[in-house]
Ligand binder design. Sequence first.
Ligand code: ASP
Ligand code: MG
Length: 420
Amino acid sequence: MRIFKFGGASVKDAAGIKNVYDVLQKVGYEDVLFVVSAMGKTTNALEVVVKDYFEKSASLQSSIQEVKKYHNQILLDLFEDEKSPVFKAVNDLFSELDYFLNHNKSPNYNFVYDQIVSFGELVSTTILSHYMTYRGIKTNWIDVRNYIKTDATYRDAEVDWDATQKCIAKNIKRKVLNITQGFLGADENGFTTTLGREGSDYTAAIFAYCLNAESVTIWKDVPGVMNADPRYFENASLLNQISYREAIELAFYGASVIHPKTLQPLQKKEIPLYVKSFIEPLLPGTSVSKGADLEPHLPCFIVKKNQLLMSLSSIDFSFIMEENISEIFALLHQFKIKVSLIQNSAISFSVCIEDKFGNFNDLKTMLSKKFKVAYNENVSLYTIRHFNDKAAQMVEENKVVLLKQVSRETMQIVTKESID
Ligand code: ASP
Ligand code: MG
């Protein structure tokens, strides 16, 4: 079986969805399980709904309306006949969302977030599935919540591999085009969970692992994995082959093309991951598989914008020792702040961090009780794998370098943006 994943950008409008049909025609769709994200920027739009709901904002209704209108326009562009059952199916889902918003009593933000945001994927797969049927491809729509079982860490759920493996092994049909939601799971009580933003790649990997799939293909609007993000670097080149290990390194440092959790399950079973263009689906793209580390062997550039560089020193000039460090990390973990670089000297300890959930102020308050806290906001972290002088120079040009760290294969540079 092959697993395909189509992200939000590939199904952002009617043309995109028609193109998915063309891709399937070209590459075949028998014995395929097809994982889809929410359309376009729907997840962001639903995050606004969650926020408005909690803030009891007057704009709640218009935020919901915006999501409905966007999908309705896509339906009108795709289906000539307004009596097509897809209109009712999508409408039913939105009624379910309204029902939840009117009846929910839970004050738990993360729980409510998952119950609301999940409609993005439920709606997108419903539309995709009806559209394929309409064009003559029979599909089997699957509610992923009956398959991917997780704990109840809403917004960042942990997969229960045993339970998931059992559900997937006995219930997935072969020889048809299965279509299911990325990013979602369900907890023990049947409540919807999500696997973390951009988690649909991970969904594809979970299915691949449990089904011993032949391959996973992630369909993208770029030709494959590039050695640099073309938005920030000129002359980005396509990488043909990347080993699992190298890909894990790249994802770890923040290469956005591959979701970091995606690779481990694939590596364990040596299932190849292809990243290909949905515009030119017959080109080979990038293969992440057993084999050469990196081909061609080029420096790879990864940028993480919007980071914080925080330096802690002890109030009494004592050394920062193991017990301090473990305390600092316990707090970082507690506030769900991700650390992307660590540097330690006798009396100061610096970390480059990402505050995804807006908890930095609380962290700072806690740390200030024990340490002097200095920080720079809005810094960028550049990582160069397989660096050389030219590559480093390119990154440092016109920037203030705040911190630099070099190991055998990797150079990391924290900068403030341009000084010109
Ligand atoms: N729709 C989700 C998100 O935008 C999951 C994904 O796209 O992978 O984060
Ligand atoms: Mg998305």
